[in-house]
Design a protein around this ligand. Structure first.
Ligand code: GDP
Length: 325
């Protein structure tokens, strides 16, 4: 297999899906040669990126994320948009690909020529999965997708990572009693730009109304994330589907409120944070790859655990070793 076809950037920029799949394979690879090829590719395509609206979407398992993305994606392609669906799920290997691992979760969208669905990179911890997803966003944008949906499960740190790589973060809830609402982590609610109460249909309609009112009340008590933007709570039925268009209307209203300058400023901050996050990852990697440091670290860990050495002093010793290496 030729690992790095020379016409890959041109084919990617022309919207060739096989080229896109290949580019993402390079991006997700951990082989040093592939990493170098992926970085070269990203540098070449960079001018053609950044034109999509990037939307993060999170909710607990069963809230209806995939059903909603299916309906929302179909609605958006109906408007003539091209939709890429990506996922950040660092636990996907453990749970056997719980998220987007199975394309039948979005049956129509996965067969839709104006849509592209990519499961979460399955290996590694959150930092690595998030980094590869950020790069994949650039690849799908270069291939001409103008709407990027990044899905994540409503557990752990992954919401923050997704909110940091998207323009807008939507939280999707299933109707539930007060108890469930208490389980909604405040920190995650604070990330939300749009809140969606799904399953507002049939017997669940009254519960959906109550949940929407409770969520609205909870949001009122929170510090606004963006001045001038009031987080809407939208009731939809992804299954029907019903109310899907109001989500897109809210996305457009959000864009209009922030304006091109506001959105661009947020992306500049994200780009800077991404660079430093890669520096931190790279430094830690270099640190743990160094056999001399690993050996010393074992002894030093023991020494700080038993109180023989203050942790700051042990850290300084390791850093001195690293600088000499
Ligand atoms: P995910 O785990 O968040 O991706 O949730 P799914 O999209 O797989 O949906 C979980 C369950 O909720 C499935 O049985 C869906 O059929 C159901 N569901 C999803 N959306 C709706 C909806 O709008 N109304 C109703 N009544 N059920 C829904």
């Amino acid at each position: 297999m030729t690992r790095q076809a020379h016409d890959l950037p041109e084919r990617l920029l022309a919207g060739d899906r096989r080229a896109l799949a290949k580019a993402i394979t390079l991006i997700e690879s951990t082989r040093p040669a592939d990493r170098a090829a992926a970085e070269a590719l990203l540098t070449t395509i960079l001018p053609a990126t950044g034109k999509a609206i990037r939307i993060g979407l999170s909710g607990t398992p069963g809230a209806g994320k995939s059903t909603f993305i299916e309906a929302f994606g179909q609605y958006l392609t109906g408007l003539g948009r091209r939709v890429a669906v990506l996922a950040v799920d660092p636990s996907s290997r453990r749970s056997g690909g719980s998220i987007l691992g199975d394309k039948t979760r979005m049956e129509q969208l996965s067969r839709n020529p104006a849509a592209f669905i990519r499961p979460s990179p399955s290996s590694g911890e959150l930092g690595g999965v998030a980094r590869r997803t950020r790069e994949t966003i650039l690849a799908v944008e270069a291939a001409g997708f103008d709407t990027v949906l990044v899905e994540t499960v409503g557990v752990g740190q992954s919401e923050t990572a997704v909110a940091d790589m998207t323009d807008l973060f939507a939280l999707i809830h299933a109707p539930g009693g007060g108890d469930e609402l208490q389980g909604v982590k405040r920190g995650i609610m604070e990330l939300a730009d749009i809140v969606i109460v799904n399953k507002a249909d049939g017997d669940l309609l009254p519960a959906a109304r109550r949940s929407a009112a409770d969520l609205q009340a909870a949001l009122h008590l929170m510090r606004p994330k963006h001045p001038g933007w009031t987080v809407p709570v939208l009731q939809v039925s992804a299954l029907a589907p019903r109310g899907i268009e109001q989500v897109w209307t809210a996305v457009e209203a959000f864009q209009a409120t922030l304006g091109p300058a506001g959105l661009a400023a947020a992306r500049r901050d994200q780009a800077r944070a991404w660079m430093w996050s890669d520096v931190r990852d790279g430094l830690l990697q270099a640190f743990s790859d160094d056999p001399e440091i690993s050996k010393a670290a074992q002894t030093l860990e023991r020494d700080v655990a038993t109180g023989k050495l203050p942790p700051p002093q042990a850290a300084q010793q390791l850093l001195r070793l690293f600088r000499k290496a």
